[in-house]
Design a protein around this ligand. Sequence first.
Ligand code: FES
Length: 352
Amino acid sequence: MSEGLTLGSGAFAPDPVTHIEEAGAASVSEHHTPADAKALTMRVASITLVAETIRAIELVSADGSPLPPFSAGAHINLKLPGDLSRSYSLTNGPETTDRYIVAVNRDAASRGGSAYIAEQLKVGDVLPVDPPHNTFPLVDDAETSAFFAGGIGITPMLAMIRRLESLGKPWKLFYAARNRSSAAFVAELEALDAAAPGRVHFHFDDVEGKVMPLLKLAVGIPKAAHVYCCGPSRMIETFKASAGWRPEDNVHVEHFAGTNAKPTSDFTVALKRQGKEFFVKAGESIMDVLEANGVPVAHSCREGVCGTCETVVLEGECDHKDNVLSTREKDSNKLIMICCSGAKSGRLVLDL
Ligand code: FES
């Protein structure tokens, strides 16, 4: 999700406008959160340093009302001052229903989100938060599961591991970081490993003198396993290369960064419920055009990685540019990320 990622397997993502993935076969109903879902008003209950530059932020309902449930792998969008919206994966398991906990890495090249959280956000602050949205769902009835995390990519996987622990399901984690002090939740992961040794494999680049040998490690994971990766782009590419022999539905990826792509041809976008039509030129995004015409749309990353702008397609053929939808979902032509994707057909009708 964002801010130019150029790191090794263990490096931390810049300001992680969180994680997105190419999950297997999620349907529209599983994936789609209405873009006009009402924001929650949440209070910061605690801020805890969990690595040298990573803070865990615990959020509770500001008025005590129940929080919407979520599934492991979900993220929330924090609405920050300056019209900033940043998405972060929930690290707590879905059994914890009275709070949301995210972990935020302070990125040296922050565009504002992580810098604000590291330097200005304080306990007691109240802020709007979009309800949980899951573009990286855990398959919790899998025979076994394996997770490959790089840096801050551990966050959605921690929620998944907690879920599997609650179900008594087997799992393995391979977690890469530059060094021990930059890795988050180490003590908790070590405690999980102590309870059933062999489940957690740490890889610290400074100790090993190289990036995590993902290709080699992945060979030992059974074909029936569901495998997940969240980390820097190079790690994800290696992971994909390691998983070519696995069933497509068993392979799940969440990206930090978008593709910076925009529609490459002109088309007309029609908003069926609003009865409006607009012309989108090559190089513009649907989102740009809608906003220029006074149509508000939900957004966060604006680069096809957070899933916030996910919109149902009613007619027309999409030209997908995002890093959110799986190949199967893209082929189904039912959803589009309007911040980056365009149309192969001359007209696209959206459920807006
Ligand atoms: S705003 Fe993040 S995917 Fe479109």
